[in-house]
Ligand binder design. Sequence first.
Ligand code: SF4
Ligand code: SF4
Length: 266
Amino acid sequence: MLPADDPDPNAVPDVRRCLDCGRCSYVCPVSHMTEDFSPRKVAEQFVLEGKLRRDRGLWQCMSCGACTEICQSEVRFHEYLRAKRRELRETFQPEDTHGAAPSSIMRLTANEKIAPKKEGWVAPDLELDQGSETLLFVGCTPYFDVIFRHLRDDLLDIPRSALRLLNAAGIRPKLLPAERCCGHDAYWLGDEDLFDRLARLNLDAIEKAGIKEVVAFCPECYSTLKQIYPRRFGPLGFEVRSVSEVISEKMKAGEIELGHEEERVT
Ligand code: SF4
Ligand code: SF4
């Protein structure tokens, strides 16, 4: 989950509040991997130079919000960078990652004339109910299975496992053939037009299908649907939960048990 919303999410947070304490760099995953990046360095550069350099640093942040969680000066760095990206992308396009495949998927699925095909991963032992009011939101995993095959053999094990867990909890969800990319990357890269197109297509499809609950297994889909959709479009007509929340509730209610209780799972 991202940190709590700003009262005005479109306001640009004031990085001049930064005290240069370094706590954000300590928790930032990008700082750990990239020598020349740290949230406080970007803040310092802005304060000293009055503007951000349009270099890679601006686009390296992954918008996880860990820096904002730990900052005692309420700098809200992840929101600050989103606002700056929105402003700067007019004149400076970020470099595409992974051979531009993820950004192409976002743009292609934002085209309402293109019908996504996303249900080929369902194994014969898994149960769906197309009349269900619970939707399993699959996100871009079916496409990522092709793009990231060099990193992991079968990414489709992830939606299969999520569906298997739901089935074990007595839930047979529906899949939406018209489901699009949730728009997470478009939003955090400052491309609000693309994000709004994707989100509206998803919201229309979810509403038309009479869905009361959306279950996500991807943390980006989860936080986008739960926090960003209402931020842009107002209250949702359905609940959003993660698979882990559903399973944890069922375990507490004694309706599902782990086979190996001594195992540590995430
Ligand atoms: S945690 Fe906050 S105050 Fe400390 S360096 Fe980072 S942005 Fe500045
Ligand atoms: S939001 Fe960006 S800058 Fe902050 S901790 Fe995450 S990756 Fe680092």
